[in-house]
Design a binder for this molecule. Structure first.
Ligand SMILES: Nc1ncnc2c1ncn2[C@@H]1O[C@H](COP(=O)(O)OP(=O)(O)OP(=O)(O)O)[C@@H](O)[C@H]1O
Length: 521
């Protein structure tokens, strides 16, 4: 017998695979990493293209794609009992072998986006994972599935039998993982009450758009638990501010929140920064130093740009989380620490994982509760309230009496694509406040990037005369708005005669009535 034309006896391959699997399920090993390594062993030894576990989530009553040996293309995939191949295997408790995926209409191809070519050249095997000691009716925990190259049916059936043995072997671990899932869901659903108090959202956190409100809701859900939150989003979207919000609604809120931007330090300094060092550990270590894990003891540690950590440092962070123990650089002495971790990244960690630049076991540890913060251009409703908050902040800070932002300037704000997100908006307002000598921020107080046709889709190829006319019109409209359509008042404010205002209103065809009941913006 052979697998994929290999001369080795298939029984020997199965036996050596079992041996490797048994080593992986030692009780002291962590659940997710050990199940993950079992999938890897299966894929490597039996030439499976993919191997994955779907586990029934008791809360949602759906099977969750929980562990895969290769990253899925889609996040948060679920299977309904009875639907598709995985759902059917779960419901019937019977394994299924599909000799060629493309021939089976039940095959949903949900998580991995297999190409047509793959669907034509792969078989699929899915077996149920049953409880070791079923007491209740519900005795199926989930399924284990593999994509295998097409083989003769006899070989596929042998694989199926073997996978049934593996399913029985990992049953206890899957059962424990299912309990952990339930516990986590319960902790999260208890929301802010776990901390004993309803914690209001942070006062300085602007959340007008639906999507950012949802982000804030997730932060308040995860806050009270001990779960590690992984904050994802482009640079400047507010990940650090969100970390503060999470810490602020956790029971640790009176303890320190310690922050480290892993990208800001050279790799060789990150370890001594995180774990501290003993005097003399390296040149320049003149005295003992506590690391941030120690400083954050009983509190929260925020690791920004976690994707930038070296593999060595990643291994140590993993140890600190798993064993709640660290060692200072240059010391053998273990130090116990109790730290809640919040991580952030703007990089796609899945890609780093594939490239071998991020440890898989750490990824599973930190990706317990991912929160995605959308880019500012995807939530334009937040732009104006943010701009107004920053205007107030910087007017106070620079002791200026700037009351508002002109309508054309607001238009530029809302049209611009904000590649630097909220940080860029904040910097832009700070600059405008600094150079503004009036009570209103106008378009010419804004940086040129906001005013180019490229970035705003606004035509800036105006002649001098046209630009002056545009500016005049803008001033006039602003004044009329402020004076609620009272042209006399507008003329006084602009320090010109009523006759001129009247003339310009006609020239620019401005509808004054529009502003009569208008609120001051
Ligand atoms: N929703 C918000 N409300 C008020 N201020 C915000 C909001 N989001 C971001 N900011 C402000 O924008 C600036 C950038 O935010 P922050 O530093 O949290 O972004 P970040 O995603 O951590 O950036 P990076 O990835 O570059 O570290 C900060 O000054 C922050 O206070």
């Amino acid at each position: 017998m052979s697998i994929n034309g290999q001369p080795e006896k298939v029984e020997n391959i199965y036996l050596s695979t079992l041996n490797e699997i048994l080593n992986s399920i030692a009780p002291q090993n962590d659940l997710e990493p050990s199940l993950n390594s079992i999938l890897k062993i299966l894929a490597k030894d039996l030439h499976f293209q993919r191997a994955f576990l779907a586990i029934m989530d008791p809360k949602s009553e759906k099977l969750k794609l929980s562990i895969t040996h290769s990253p899925a293309k889609i996040d948060h995939v679920t299977y309904s009992p009875g639907k598709g191949v995985v759902g059917r295997v779960y419901e019937t408790g019977k394994a299924v072998v599909i000799p060629r995926m493309s021939d089976n209409t039940d095959f949903l191809n949900k998580a991995f986006g297999r190409s047509d070519e793959e669907l034509r050249s792969l078989s699929f095997i899915c077996v149920p994972i049953k409880k070791a000691n079923p007491k209740e009716e519900e005795n199926i925990l989930g399924t284990i599935s593999v994509d295998s190259p097409i083989l003769p049916m006899d070989n596929l059936l042998e694989h199926k039998h073997f996978l049934e043995v593996v399913a029985a072997l990992i049953s206890n671990q899957v059962s424990r993982l299912q309990e952990e899932m339930a516990l986590q869901a319960q902790m999260l659903s208890q929301g802010p009450l776990v901390g004993g108090l309803e914690v209001p959202p942070p006062a300085n956190f602007v959340a007008t758009s639906k999507s950012i409100k949802q982000v804030l809701r997730q932060a308040r859900q995860v806050g009270p638990s001990r779960a590690t939150a992984l904050l994802r989003g482009e640079s400047g979207t507010g990940k650090e501010l969100l970390a503060e919000a999470i810490h602020g609604c956790s029971p640790r809120r009176d303890k320190p929140l310690v922050k480290l931007n892993c990208a800001a330090l050279p790799a060789e300094l990150v370890e001594s920064e995180l774990f501290g060092h003993q005097k003399g550990a390296f040149t320049g270590a003149y005295q003992n130093k506590r690391g941030l894990f120690e400083v954050a003891n009983n509190g929260t540690l925020f690791l920004d740009e976690i994707g930038e950590l070296s593999l060595d440092a990643q291994a140590k962070v993993l140890r600190a989380i798993q064993e709640k123990e660290i060692q200072r650089v240059g010391s053998e002495q273990p130090i116990t620490v109790d730290v809640r971790l919040i991580c952030a990244t703007h990089q796609p960690l899945e890609k780093l994982l594939k490239e071998g630049r991020f440890r898989e076991d750490l990824f599973y540890r930190v990706n317990v509760f991912p929160i995605f913060i959308p880019a500012l251009r995807e939530r334009r409703e937040d732009i104006l309230p943010l701009a107004e908050q920053f205007l107030e902040l910087f007017s106070k800070e620079y002791d200026k009496n700037i009351k508002r932002i002109s309508s054309p300037a607001i238009d530029l704000f809302t049209q611009y694509h904000w590649p630097g997100n909220v940080r860029e908006l904040k910097n832009c307002i700070e600059r405008a406040v600094l150079i503004c000598e009036e009570e209103v921020i106008r378009t010419y107080h804004l940086p040129p990037t906001l005013q180019t046709a490229e970035s705003t889709a606004t035509d800036t190829s105006l002649s001098f005369g046209e630009a002056v006319a545009k500016f005049e019109q803008e001033l006039l409209v602003d004044s009329l708005k402020k004076a609620r359509g009272n042209m006399l008042q507008a003329a006084r404010d602009l320090r010109v005669s009523y006759r001129i205002v009247n003339y310009k209103v006609k020239k620019y065809n401005i509808d004054v009535k529009k502003y009569t009941g208008a609120k001051k913006k």
